[in-house]
Each structure stands twice: as C-alpha cells, then as structure tokens.
Design a protein around this ligand. Structure first.
Ligand SMILES: [Zn+2]
Length: 318
C-alpha cells in the first residue's frame, strides 16, 4: 500500500474545545492534535504546552482572555517536542519551566527535532516563520517542585522516563486534576520515537497512584471522571506493552526490522488502528522499540533526513 510520508496527507483543520475542568482550570483540546492546559491562580496564569508556533498560540491566549485578565506568569513544557513548545514566545511569560532531563535533550537535539517535526507534520506548524528560535527554559528542576499561585497549590513532577527521558506532569493535589502531557493519550496513538519503552508503563503506574479525578492527556479529549482517567492510562499502557512485546519477540528470534514492522503493525492494527496518527507513528515507534530491544538505552536523534530514509525502508511512499 502506498502511503504519504508521515503526516503530509493530514490537512483537515480540527475543531478546538476549551473545556472547564474546575474553577480556574481549563483544557484546550483539538480532536487529537496536541493539547494545552491552563491553570489560573490568584496572581497569574500557567500555560502547560504552548502549541507549535506563536501564531497558533494566539488562539490559546484569546481563550484565556475570555476567562481572566491575570498575567501569564508561567509556561511549562511537559517535554521538549517542537509541536508543544515552539509557540512559547507568544505568552511573554516570566518563567519557562522544564525538567533537567528535558533541558538536556534541548541542548543535545532541540534543533534536529524542530527540523524533523516541521518536515513530518506541516499542518501543525502554521506560520512556522513566526518561531524566533528554540524554546529554552528559565527554570529547571530535578524531580519535583511546588508552585503556590496564591493559595492554589501546583505540583510539577518528573515521575520517570516514558514518552521521553524528561516527561513532566502537573498535578493539582487539592482538585485531583492531572495534566499528563504525552505520557497519556486518549484515542490517539502514543508516539514512541524518543521513548523508553521498558520504563513508560512503570511511570504510568506512578500517575495512576495519584488517583486523578480529571486528566488532560497529550492528545485527545479531556477525561472528566476517575473511570475515564483510568481508561486512558490503561489503554496507553496496553498499546505500549503490546507493541514492545511484539518487537522484543521478533528481535529474540533474530528477525530484521522490516519483518518485525510488518508483524507488529498487524498485531496492533485491529485493536488500535482507529486511533489518530496511527499510521504516522508506527514506523517511528517500532524503530525505537527495535533499538531499545537491542540494548540501545539513549534514543537515536531523529533528523529530517533520517525520518525520510526510515520511512522509505519500511513503507512504500509517494
Ligand atoms: Zn511528544
């Protein structure tokens, strides 16, 4: 079957929802496109993931201004992927927050990642010329820190490796609301090209232990009940463990990547094939699983050139 490279054929604009999770807590979601979270404290606003460009961030700012006049004090990066952080400059925040392992990835591969992501998914980088450069944190934490936005308590937690080495979640312990970044997806395929597949399900157990009552995933609709939070966490775990088990089996049998890709695609397609960006993610996902199963702990850097070479080797593309 002939497929367009990555998401070059994905051109339909999505409908945005701006949903209230609780007093001063909002989810900006878009039918499987990257989500943004908003926390309004007594003295300012925190934005969790920025959208891909300053131009796209303007729509988030417009919706924030419909509910508060308080200044946007904090931008938080759930991780380093360009599609979530390159809109940061639009907010003029006092602080841009990231975990130390996220900072290290920006140093090592931030520019490669930007070039690669723009090449893969042009629709998600509307007016890419408005990006002034890489987004650098001004505040870097190790494992956990708490920000008091007035009386509102906001916990910033690096719970372990998963979608990347630096994933950060934002947890409101009083309201039991979790902004999970790409560690949890809902109705959207987890991207594992930079992931740690053995660690990710364990990191999800840490999030489950928080007992969230509402959860904003990285992609997909906000989950509004404890049961739906659990469904999103367990479905993400199921996808990851099923995929990694299939790849590990192939590697242990001495099979080539191309063969393992075909077999793993066939295993996942019936159960997960209707999740958005399934065909986009699978070649990247299985390639990283193959590397980790072979003992490579630190994910290889994706460049625009490597993306295309890998796709050509696994898919018939136009
Ligand atoms: Zn990501």
């Amino acid at each position: 079957m002939t497929k367009n490279f990555a998401s070059h054929a994905d051109l339909d604009v999505k409908n945005v929802s701006f949903e209230k999770l609780g007093e001063g807590l909002y989810a900006y979601t878009a039918e499987g496109d990257p989500n943004t979270g908003i926390i309004i404290g007594d003295d300012g606003v925190m934005v969790i993931d920025t959208q891909a460009t300053p131009t796209m961030a303007q729509d988030v700012i417009r919706r924030i201004r419909e509910v508060t006049d308080l200044p946007i004090k904090y931008v938080l990066m759930s991780h380093y992927h360009a599609v979530r952080v390159m809109g940061a400059s639009a907010y003029n925040a006092e602080q841009i927050i990231a975990s130390k392992p996220t900072y290290e990835l920006i140093v090592e591969r931030g520019q490669y990642d930007f070039d690669s992501e723009v090449g893969r998914f042009p629709r998600l980088f509307d007016d890419v010329e408005s990006v002034p450069g890489l987004t650098w944190p001004t505040m870097v934490f190790e494992n956990k820190m708490t920000i008091y936005m007035g009386k509102r308590r906001v916990e910033i937690i690096h719970a372990g490796r998963g979608h990347t080495q630096g994933d950060t979640v934002v947890w409101l312990p009083d309201e039991k609301v979790l902004f999970a970044g790409d560690l949890v997806e809902f109705g959207a395929t987890p991207y594992t090209g930079d992931a740690h597949l053995a660690d990710w399900p364990k990191t999800l157990d840490v999030l489950r232990a928080l007992k969230p009552e509402k959860l904003v995933p990285g992609r997909g609709a906000a989950l509004m009940t404890p049961e739906m939070c659990e469904k999103a966490i367990s479905e993400t775990q199921d996808f990851l463990t099923t995929m990694f088990a299939s790849v590990k089996k192939g590697v242990s049998e001495g099979k080539e990547l191309g063969q393992i890709y075909k077999e793993t695609y066939a295993v996942l397609k019936p159960k997960f094939g209707d999740w958005v960006i399934f065909d986009h993610c699978l070649p990247f996902d299985v390639t990283r699983c193959f590397d980790e199963a072979g003992g490579l702990d630190h994910p290889r850097i994706w460049t625009a050139e490597r993306d295309v070479e890998m796709w050509k080797s696994l898919e018939e593309i136009e």
